[in-house]
Design a protein around this ligand. Sequence first.
Ligand SMILES: Nc1ncnc2c1ncn2[C@@H]1O[C@H](COP(=O)(O)OP(=O)(O)OP(=O)(O)O)[C@@H](O)[C@H]1O
Length: 243
Amino acid sequence: MTDEAIRFENVTVEAGGDEILRGVSGSVGRGRVAAIIGPSGAGKSSLLSLCNMLRSPSSGKVYVLGREVREWDVRSLRRQVGMVFQAATIFPGTVEQNLAYGLRLHGQVLSDAGSLLEDIGLSRDLLGRKAEDLSGGQKQRVALGRVLAMEPEILLLDEVTSALDVHAKQEVERTILHLHEKLRATLFWVTHDLAQAKRVADDIWFMAEGRLIEVGSTASFFAAPSSDEARAFLEQMTEEMEQ
Ligand SMILES: Nc1ncnc2c1ncn2[C@@H]1O[C@H](COP(=O)(O)OP(=O)(O)OP(=O)(O)O)[C@@H](O)[C@H]1O
């Protein structure tokens, strides 16, 4: 059994005639929280989507839990690698039906929706409520709960709090970290919010123009990034926050 949750080996992705990822190599250790940051269009979401085969590399290799993604059965891969997006995915029906949806696709039933709901910080009273009537933060927690019901080894998070207000953002963030503690899942987390990256991540992956420019521990990255690109990015983000 490998200690690596995810490994990229010289991965390039072409789309629409452009290279949107160029020669990316790196790995995320099991149980780690790695935040991917960088300017808009850097390729952060594209990198995430290689990990559950929403996208395939044009060249190079992607390994998940020690096995190359092309060797995985896609259904099994997506069971092990859950993904949550910026806009909470909510289906018509009750909260309970929404929580059970992922397992149902795998022919399984959710045995204890009530305790799952408590795990994601929501009251059991909401089980029978129409999911569409929930607040933005509650919907995002239901989307998380649906993925977590499958007990994934890896959770891919793509800007999951950026559509939420400050209060809901903090609650969803706390819920994710609580579940990380509980399940020991590996988190690979794209965020535009540098303060969030600092709070949640063990490691920072800094990307720009389709390249992985540097990877470092969160403390060392924010104290002294080693690349000019990352230094310029941090300065620009700090200026924007001060305006
Ligand atoms: N299917 C596609 N065809 C052509 N170009 C694409 C396609 N998907 C993504 N791109 C381009 O690839 C680049 C990287 O996109 P990606 O969404 O991965 O970046 P990102 O760092 O997540 O950006 P953001 O922070 O704005 O979400 C962008 O320039 C985007 O326009």
